[in-house]
Ligand binder design. Sequence first.
Ligand code: TNX
Length: 541
Amino acid sequence: MKSGLRFSGLIAAATLAATVITGADAPGALADVAGTQASPLDEVVPLPAVVEPDADVTFRLTPATAIFARFGSDETVRAATLLAEDLRPATGFPLPVVRVPDLGTPPGISLRLVPDDGRIGQEGYRLDVTRTAVTIAAASAAGLTNGVHTLRQLLPPEIESETRRDGPWLLPGGRIIDHPRYAYRGAMLDLARYYFPPDVVKRHIDKVSMYKINYLHLHLTDDQGWRVEIDSWPRLATYGGSTQTGGGPGGYYTKDEYRDIVSYAQRRNVTIVPEIDVPGHTNAALASYAELNCDGIAPPLYTGWDVGFSSLCLGRPVTEQFVDDVIREVAAMTPGEYLHIGGDEATAGTPEADYVAFMDMAAGIVAKYGKKVIGWHESLKGTPPSTSVGQYWYPWPDDETAAGAAARGARLIMSPANRAYLDMKYTPTVPEFGQVWAGFVEAENAYAWDPDTTVNGVAPASVLGVEATMFTQIAPDEKSVDFMVFPRLPEIAEVAWTPREALNWESIRARLPEQGQRWDLWGINYYRSPQIPWAAQLPVG
Ligand code: TNX
């Protein structure tokens, strides 16, 4: 029995009956009140807030099904087009996007923008499935896209096939009313330690957006490489980007390639958060421009594993000019509100007062170019607490900088390394290539934690959200990145989305096998954790 499915049904039952039912009575209470078995309507990851299955009803997608969007509403047409593109390959159906002047409830699938009724918020949605019609209603494009991701997961896993399958393509009847727990649901990909071509980054966006991740933080610069073109300092990319961990050719994104990644993500409701890591983690920049070094000598490019040995020369006008130029050019390519300036492990003999002054200067430049600043939590020593966001990464719960800054108004994104660092090994032997410094992070460890109590002295109201990070010096290719990301990223996405009271390891454990079947069809190399009862692999092809 899947207790979590019962739990989600329980929320539905409680909603229907306007009665709060708790504790051990839950399964029986569900049967009594709702009179139904758990439905695939609640197989979704992340688990929706409210699920009201109607076991007597199914909707069947056919070659005649159309997707309706209101004429003149770009947001709905965009989400409808995304849905059609998602469903066409496996079904082989035309699924035309039809613009209509007024919706009514036509037979088929309709997407509509509605005012927030207080239950869906800005990013939530309502999904209704009857025998003849499927409706996604949301207050924003983001909400509609979240509803589209849910709809796709309600279809059988074969929907993920790139080639045509037979179906039948049935959607379970009922209603979902859903909204996220946190505003910031992030994933990070380190492109500095290894360069990945744009199509790999785009596939990564596809993979994370399925789980309603709405921010993808790109770690674009580090000791081993500088990956984004900067016109005013061209050698950063052409020379600083010319290698990677372990040697090899590296690479960088031209401005056009970078903008294309940003808009690809935007269409899937994923906002790119670019990170320019300063003042440490800067060997690639120091190697490219001698004047950024205190001794005026450019070091060689770096292809090793060490951290904490490099620093820009602080307190010099040329360094400030460098930071201003880079942030100006990156901000101009960033539609999102955040820019990440790193600030971690600035331990190369940097006096704390100099570090604080530098981070304060860099934060001021970010604000000057109209963006909000994020930094690794150490940066909260130097960035203004009331307007800054710190990303907490230590694997322990006590930190004066984070707690003190939160008390003065800073907000925190929770990435505790013992839960949310996807480069950690799962077990002492799996995989051979993982990190161990924050311990082992098996599937259950990545799930069973509460961001609201991660750092002592940081109140829930100061928690902006959650981010799962993927540092790549251990993972040179898409296959090894995927192995670390799945199943842990979908689990952390649920921690970030689903109401705290509905989080339940037994529940997600029972829902992940169906996700695994989808990953098989995507060709994802995932970790078949012994903690999860995986299903048989679906035939690919
Ligand atoms: C810590 S997290 C780092 C990275 C490493 C990572 C390896 C952080 C702010 N810095 O530079 O790649 O650990 O797990």
